[in-house]
Design a protein around this ligand. Structure first.
Ligand code: C2O
Ligand code: CU
Ligand code: CU
Length: 563
């Protein structure tokens, strides 16, 4: 090797792994563009990006080369979203934290085939807050999110709009997507649980210019497995104003914040007293985390890079001159909270997390002693019921547990709490070993007897390994509890723009498609194995169809929608 080649090789190695001490934060933080209105078009593409000089990294991106635009929704608006899959693999698009019909939730039952467009349509019912979207294909969520498929969602509403809060996107209100990455020597992002360098909004070694006034950060942990213990290098306090499901009742001041995978938190930083020119650093004080949290010790989940067990830098904040009409005070009151009263609960469910997967070779993590089976519905909820879930962690590692469809309130951890940091609506809760977290929620508005919602560990490595179960919300009066989907029929995507895929549990005698007039429709019906059936073609007129599946013992029918 030529001397200069050796030199640049060493430079690249230094760039690839985090240099904790003297790293210059000289890349301006990328602020994802905003899409707003009622109609959204997202396209998932394979692309490349130069994260490091001279190295081309393969990426996935949404309407761009990496990550996705920020979707801004107005509460009570109806939104129509087309998601086009230009990848060479199946994907899906889940609206994390949003309360939407199961059909449009974007889980593993509503996948998007390569070259097709999936369509989601829902009314925005969530409160103003920070949510996100990402693929949710079973066993392939980590690799796809890791490659760059993720974006932020900001919901606005009139109650939030009345508060004196910073809300000028990219000026005093900033999206902050935290992700750690592991790169190969050739600069490719490896689908590891834990990475060895940080990115914010896809920017390596970022700095953010913040005006000398109150600024708002929307922090999202979009990492595969790493949990952050956030704080600032000068130990300054900041104000937490919102959690996963929106604003809390009153800001509270702290200098540390634990942010687990999938969680969001909105904070205010008071820079009105800082002189322009001041700089400080957003850090993770990982050395202070309990040793059973991913990132706290070396060796957990294969993490042996420079971010394990130490305090590390994430982003530099540079104070600049204030804007014309700055927000200079932190509101005293935000949005009143109205948790459901436990005395009104219709049911208490017990959920157990177990396993010793942290020590390699000692078995996998499980929920209720089982792992994900696409064909098994693990729980059935009755529409309108208020439920208390007691989630006990009997494993040796902390797990961020996430429930689709609903937002919940935390009642207590091992009988005490909730702490200040977990007041308000949430959809992810970090459950530590030896802990039982009790939460309360209500299954309202949406029921669907065939398409389930997921609940799972949001550590993406665990989720892909099957630490994920599913539930159906039914409006029927049938029994609730751990019952099976009676006919074991799964259809996805539904609605579709071309063909449906059916997964059955036994070989059908015949399958026929009828229109709403009861006439048989001639369209290809391909039974590729005892379990897989493809129905449809691009010529089929948009509309509602009835599919009749005849088995020896009985017939079942399913409603299919073509758009
Ligand atoms: Cu971020 Cu099952 O979701
Ligand atoms: Cu979710
Ligand atoms: Cu887990």
């Amino acid at each position: 090797m030529h001397k200069s080649q050796v030199y640049s090789f060493v430079i690249i190695l230094l760039l690839l792994s985090e240099n904790i001490s003297g790293q210059a934060y000289n890349n301006q933080l990328f602020i994802p563009p905003v899409l707003s209105g009622n109609n959204f078009n997202l396209s998932f593409n394979a692309s490349t990006r130069q994260f490091f000089p001279g190295l081309t990294t393969d990426t996935y991106g949404i309407n761009g080369d990496y990550l996705g635009p920020t979707l801004v929704f107005q509460k009570n608006d109806s939104v129509f979203i087309n998601v086009t899959n230009n990848l060479f693999e199946v994907t899906s698009c889940h609206w994390h934290g949003l309360h939407v019909p199961a059909l449009y939730d974007g889980g593993p039952h509503t996948t998007i085939n390569p070259g097709t467009t999936w369509y989601a349509h829902f009314k925005v019912l969530n409160n103003a807050g920070t949510y996100w979207y990402h693929p949710h294909v079973h066993m392939n969520t980590l690799p796809q999110v890791n490659s760059g498929l993720a974006g932020m969602i900001i919901v606005k509403d009139s109650a939030e709009g009345l508060l004196n809060l910073p809300r000028t996107y990219g000026v005093d209100d900033f999206p902050v997507i935290l992700q750690d990455k592991k790169y190969s020597i050739s600069g490719q992002m490896l689908a590891n649980a834990l990475g060895d360098s940080m990115q914010v909004n896809g920017t390596i070694h970022p700095y953010l210019n913040c005006p000398a006034q109150i600024v708002r950060l929307r922090l999202l942990n979009g990492s595969n497995a790493r949990v952050y213990n956030l704080g600032f290098s000068d130990q300054r306090n900041f104000y937490v104003i919102g959690n996963d499901g929106g604003l809390i009742d009153q800001p509270y001041s702290t200098n540390r914040l634990l942010l687990a995978n999938g969680e969001r938190v909105e904070i205010l930083i008071d820079l009105s007293v800082d002189t322009p020119g001041t700089s400080f650093i957003l850090k993770s004080f990982a050395s202070e985390m309990a040793s059973d949290i991913p990132g706290a010790i070396t060796g957990m989940m294969g993490g042996n890079g420079p971010l394990e067990a130490v305090d590390f830098n994430i982003m530099q904040l540079n104070v600049i001159t204030p804007t014309a009409n700055p927000v200079l005070t932190v509101p005293v009151n935000l949005i009143p909270l109205s948790p459901w009263n436990p005395v009104n609960a219709n049911r208490i469910r017990y959920k157990e997390v177990s396993g010793l997967g942290m020590v390699s070779g000692q078995g996998n993590f499980m929920m209720d002693n089982t792992t994900y089976d696409h064909m098994i519905i693990n729980d059935t909820m009755r529409l309108g019921d208020i439920e208390i879930w007691n989630i006990a962690n009997n494993s040796n590692m902390a797990h961020p547990m996430h429930i689709h469809d609903v937002q919940f309130y935390i009642l207590h951890r091992n009988g005490s709490g909730p702490g200040m940091y977990e007041k308000g609506l949430k959809d992810v809760v970090l459950v530590k070993p030896g802990e039982t977290v009790s939460l309360i929620t209500k299954f309202e508005d949406f029921s669907d007897d065939s398409i389930p919602y997921m609940y799972h560990c949001h550590n993406l490595a665990h989720e892909d390994m099957g630490m994920m179960l599913q539930f159906i919300v039914t409006s029927g009066t049938s029994g609730v509890g751990a019952i099976q989907n009676t006919d074991h029929t799964y259809i996805y995507p539904n609605p579709t723009s071309d063909y449906w895929q059916l997964q059955l549990n036994s070989y059908p005698e015949k399958v026929n498609l009828y229109n709403m007039q009861g006439e048989k429709v001639t369209t290809p019906i391909i039974i590729s194995s005892s379990k897989m059936v493809s129905v449809g073609d691009s010529q089929l007129q948009p509309g509602i169809y009835i599919l009749k599946i005849s088995y020896k013992e009985r017939d079942i029918s399913k409603t299919l929608v073509k758009y």
